[in-house]
Design a protein around this ligand. Structure first.
Ligand SMILES: [Zn+2]
Length: 177
């Protein structure tokens, strides 16, 4: 909830949202693109990417870099897996979360995560390395573990394993591309 208090009165707004955002990697949009060169000067690319601050990046659960789609993919076979199939898989994963812990993974705090997503030895070692090398904050660690637990649920794996954690680390929004 967001409470806005003014002299005359205060108002409360609901604030439980799913925020989805997209941005270009640079002003021209082709930085890092394999098919077209980017002509933006490096300082301009850096300044452009700094518009999304570290603390804001840290609050996104999932970050995905998307390349342009080549013509062969556009003109080829239609999508093999339909949205209905994906929807059923997501529905099952949510039901597993509610059955296990009475709430969704996105609502687990650090203590609940330790109970419902305990780290085995390899996962523990992987997270220790990630915290050191990537400079993960406490908030960042919590987010990675929630995503890892969700990846395990989507695969119907009861136990959290290092490969789930490794996949979750791939979804972090990078500081800079
Ligand atoms: Zn560019």
């Amino acid at each position: 909830m967001v409470h806005v208090a003014r002299v005359a009165r205060s108002v409360t707004f609901p604030a439980r949202v799913m925020l989805v955002g997209a941005m270009n990697p640079c002003p021209c949009g082709f930085h890092g693109d394999a098919r077209r060169p980017c002509h933006c000067p490096p300082p301009l690319v850096d300044r452009y990417q700094r518009r999304l601050s570290g603390p804001l990046r840290d609050r996104f659960d999932l970050g995905v870099e998307v390349q342009g789609v080549p013509w062969s993919d556009i003109s080829g076979d239609p999508v093999r897996e339909t949205s209905a199939v994906v929807r059923a898989r997501v529905h099952d994963a949510r039901r597993r979360q509610l059955d296990r812990q009475g709430r969704l993974n996105s609502e687990l705090d650090g203590r609940a995560l330790r109970a419902h997503a305990p780290l085995d030895r390899p996962s523990h070692a992987l997270m220790a390395t990630a915290v050191t090398r990537l400079g993960l904050s406490v908030r960042g660690v919590t987010r990675v573990l929630r995503v890892a637990r969700t990846i395990a649920d989507l695969a119907d794996d009861v136990k959290l394993r290092a490969d789930h954690v490794a996949e979750a680390l791939q979804f972090r929004v990078p500081e800079r591309t």
